[in-house]
Design a protein around this ligand. Sequence first.
Ligand code: NAD
Length: 332
Amino acid sequence: MNEKQLEMLLNSKILVTGGAGFIGSNLCETLLAKNIDVVCLDNFATGKKENISNFLNHPKFEFIEGDIRNLEDCHKACKGVDYILHQAALGSVPRSINDPITSNEVNVSGFLNMLIAARDANVKRFVYAASSSTYGDSESLPKTEEKIGKPLSPYAVTKYVNEIYADVFNRTYGLNTIGLRYFNVFGRRQDPNGAYAAVIPKFVLQFINHESPQINGDGTFSRDFTYIDNVVQMNLRSLVTDNPQALNNVYNVAYGERTNLNELTSLLKEYLSEYDDAISNISIKYGPERKGDVPHSLASIDKAINLLDYSPEFDIKTGLKEAVKWYWSNLK
Ligand SMILES: NC(=O)c1ccc[n+]([C@@H]2O[C@H](COP(=O)([O-])OP(=O)(O)OC[C@H]3O[C@@H](n4cnc5c(N)ncnc54)[C@H](O)[C@@H]3O)[C@@H](O)[C@H]2O)c1
């Protein structure tokens, strides 16, 4: 970010929805570290007070406890706001398979409420969390933004609908939007607990507790695991870009390399063994494949590089070392 862009943000107020969650709290923290005004809207459905406790008393931070399913809460949160980073949603493919109605209410109706509130508040830009799940059953690798398949889960439907609504709000109301299709994000503050925990924090916690992690399938499924700081970078670039061609687009947010589950588990074991030798002897279990899981996921990041000057700084190994260090000092 150059001086002019930082100056612009210093004179702005940014709403982060889902700011008490994993990605949202990292966005709030980064913006506050730059002394930018931040409003956070969250209902603690999956987010936690401890995620925002470090900056709850920051003079530039305002927290609004509210629900994006409630239009009034959305209007309240958007008051006087210049930019929005919309992260609030119910993540997890299995959660949406178990309870598609609630995922739809939050991820689709809640998203629509936020678009309406953003439009009514005349915000300059609405940047939102989209998802790699939108590639669905498309088998082509790497995934390029213009070629998607059919959704494989209710969650994927909701995230695809977000993109369609954002596009329509641009066409009909002139709202500027950018959609960020995150690919398997990991890093500090991602929740390791609960039935819908993501694989990296879940396995880290199990290793730390000397339990055997279970891989769904034979471990050859692969993902483009993306460290949180790369995601934060893309959000900031989306806020400040003055390239008109960059607006009203969707972008892959990833590192651009894939790692299979067997490789991932070995890396975690290796890095955690540096803290606790006994972890090197923990065996891995294998279970059935999960419904809705795509076999392989790998992003082309060319569009983000070309239009937003994206330059990811953390590859999977560097990111995993950082994440492991954080979990070791926060979970032990
Ligand atoms: N983590 C990933 O790998 C990944 C991948 C693709 C897309 N995404 C998307 O990124 C966004 C953030 O995900 P995350 O991993 O930080 O998840 P998270 O669960 O940690 O954060 C989501 C936040 O939204 C809040 N929230 C949920 N329902 C709400 C509601 N009705 N009203 C207000 N707040 C609500 C939660 O309390 C939580 O703080 C989500 O939109 C998710 O779909 C994440």
